[in-house]
Design a protein around this ligand. Structure first.
Ligand code: FB9
Length: 536
């Protein structure tokens, strides 16, 4: 068998392609006694034989026969082996002990002499407690409570049948079917019996059956060719459907797989990706440029991570800043503004961006400076940070997906249209729009989709038309309107991969196996966790 020891001989133990040559323990058995006996028994048997029965007859462990079956299987079509699961009754450890020593109630009965036995003494016997009540209910014994020196136990019958022991011995002898269902379930209730499912093999002759199994060659070695010995050596049939050993490779995190799907959808829709390579943003671009007032609750410590160092943004386009200042404090462009004292220092405060809409503001400002205006479709997918209360679906950071379309005369209808096209590519067709509020869009809508798997309407995003107080100070033409929408990457990924707690998806608690086994994600495929490779 040496030829097949891993690494020995030309073929390494398990080379994925070609013949899988398992160095399963059974192999050594191939020329071992069990395999031979099995083949001889098979020769004699008409039809097949059951591996468990053969093991019982040979008095060997069932596993030994299974090993022989596996090794013979590995040698080709010598035998057919069909896996069967048979249920059978087995004695528990206590059942074994009772089958040997008799039931507790029988032992109690036997320990009561004709003159009776003090109940207190009987209870000290090993089977006392368990056996007493059963012997009583079997009306084998009685208790004389009025006895002089305390309750005394006496026999009621002269002899009794220890059916429990007898029945357990029957089962031990493999004749469980002789017991009535009621008797079996009573023994199971007393935890003396359990039903075990035994995986056994029904072995029958294979197309190349023979009692003398000569080892089939798995490799065509150079000396076989040079010696020509290959001509008379049996070769193992080539297993073309052998599954190769998956090469060790890196594994994309499910979030990145879903991100790729979203990027694909945006690119298919003709969108261009916005640069988002700056987690640190100034309050100006994150809030002020979006016409979000400086006293807005989102702009305080409780929702936003502000930076100590560098605490302030130095580079701001001051001409544009002044227009933003005036719009916030006095209004303009038909807006009355917020009528408060806008402070440049507040706008300079650096923070971890709370949304990629900050990147959209930068992109739209760059667009406004390009004359003449050209319509654009932008998207971004990147990390944003919010100082939120952590729970099963919220971490202090998530990936925001955002789409932005700027063109002449875009309306809410255009927004609904592009949202339908976008979500349809996600396999989400049933959409409902609910009026909502964002400081930087008017009108705004929350987007809901009916989720078959979850059997409920799920909020799948937010959207709106950027306010003129945001766009006009940038220098965009009057009749240009900008529709935009946003959602998270984590939510669809959790739903797609059936993950309920975001900590299973992101962070130190992630079990890497989940990442390794997470198959390719097809967002538009059936909702819910995709099939595994194997199942695929
Ligand atoms: O992702 C969200 N839900 C979602 C998305 C897709 C999905 O796909 C399934 C496969 C079928 C399932 C669910 N939401 C947005 C909705 C909720 O989860 C919400 O409770 C949590 N939201 C995050 C913010 O939490 C504070 C998700 C995140 C979010 C919310 C709004 C925006 C972006 C992300 C936005 C925006 C916006 C609006 C107007 C203009 C520009 C951007």
């Amino acid at each position: 068998m040496a030829a097949h020891a891993p690494g020995a001989g030309s073929g390494s133990g398990c080379s994925g392609a070609g013949r899988d040559t398992p160095s399963a323990p059974g192999a050594a058995m191939a020329d071992g006694p069990v395999a031979d006996v099995l083949l001889r028994r098979l020769e004699a048997a008409d039809g097949g034989l059951d591996s468990a029965e053969l093991a019982a007859e040979l008095g060997v462990e069932h596993q030994a026969v299974v090993g022989a079956v596996k090794s013979l299987q590995a040698l080709g079509e010598i035998i057919e082996a069909e896996l069967r699961s048979t249920k059978r009754w087995e004695l528990t450890a206590e059942g074994e002990e009772i089958a040997r020593e008799g039931s507790h109630e029988a032992r109690v009965f036997r320990s009561v002499p004709p003159e009776g036995l003090a109940q207190s003494e009987l209870m000290r016997l090993p089977s006392g407690k368990v056996g007493f009540s059963k012997a009583m209910s079997n009306k084998w014994i009685r208790v004389d409570k009025s006895a002089a020196d305390g309750p005394r136990v006496f026999r009621v019958v002269d002899s009794m049948e220890d059916d429990v022991q007898r029945r357990l011995q029957l089962v031990r002898g493999g004749q469980a079917e002789k017991l009535a269902e009621k008797e079996r379930s009573e023994l199971r209730k007393r935890k003396l019996l359990t039903e075990v499912t035994l995986k056994t093999y029904w072995v029958s002759k294979g197309s190349a059956f023979s009692t003398s199994v000569s080892k089939q060659e798995a490799e065509l070695s150079p000396e076989m060719i040079s010696s020509g010995s290959w001509r008379d050596r049996p070769f193992k049939p080539y297993n073309f459907s052998a599954r190769g050993v998956l090469p060790d490779s890196g594994h994309l995190h499910p979030l990145l797989k879903v991100r790729t799907q979203f990027r694909q959808i945006f690119l298919e829709m003709g969108f261009t990706e916005m640069p988002t390579d700056n987690f640190i943003e100034s309050s100006f671009w994150n809030f002020d440029a979006l016409f979000q007032p400086q006293q807005h609750p989102a702009r305080d410590q409780h929702d936003t991570f502000f930076l100590q160092d560098p605490a302030e943004a130095l580079q701001l386009p001051m001409d544009y800043v002044h227009r933003v200042k005036r719009t916030h404090s006095q209004g303009g462009y038909g807006s009355q503004g917020y009528k408060y004292t806008w402070k440049l220092d507040e706008a300079r405060k650096n923070l971890l961006r709370t949304h990629t809409t900050a990147a959209s503001a930068r992109a739209l400002y760059r667009l406004a400076r390009k004359k003449p205006f050209t319509p654009i479709k932008y998207f971004s997918i990147d990390r944003v940070f919010r100082n939120e209360t952590l729970d099963a679906t919220h971490l202090a950071e998530f990936h925001q997906i955002e789409g932005v379309v700027a063109d002449h005369g875009l309306t809410l209808g255009h927004l609904m249209g592009v949202l339908r096209e976008f979500f349809t590519k996600l396999g989400i067709t049933q959409l409902r729009f609910k009026p909502a509020y964002n400081p930087y869009t008017e009108p705004s809508m929350e987007v809901f989709s009916y989720h078959q798997g979850l059997k409920k309407w799920v909020e799948v995003g937010n959207s709106g038309l950027f306010r003129p107080e945001m766009l006009l100070p940038m220098g965009l033409p009057e009749n240009v309107s900008v529709i935009a929408w946003g959602l998270s990457l984590e939510r669809p990924t959790m739903i797609k991969y059936g993950i309920n707690n975001i900590r299973e998806l992101v962070g130190h608690k992630v079990n890497l196996q989940m990442v390794y086994d997470s198959p390719l994600c097809r967002l538009d495929a059936e909702p819910g966790p995709p099939q595994t490779q194997e199942a695929a």
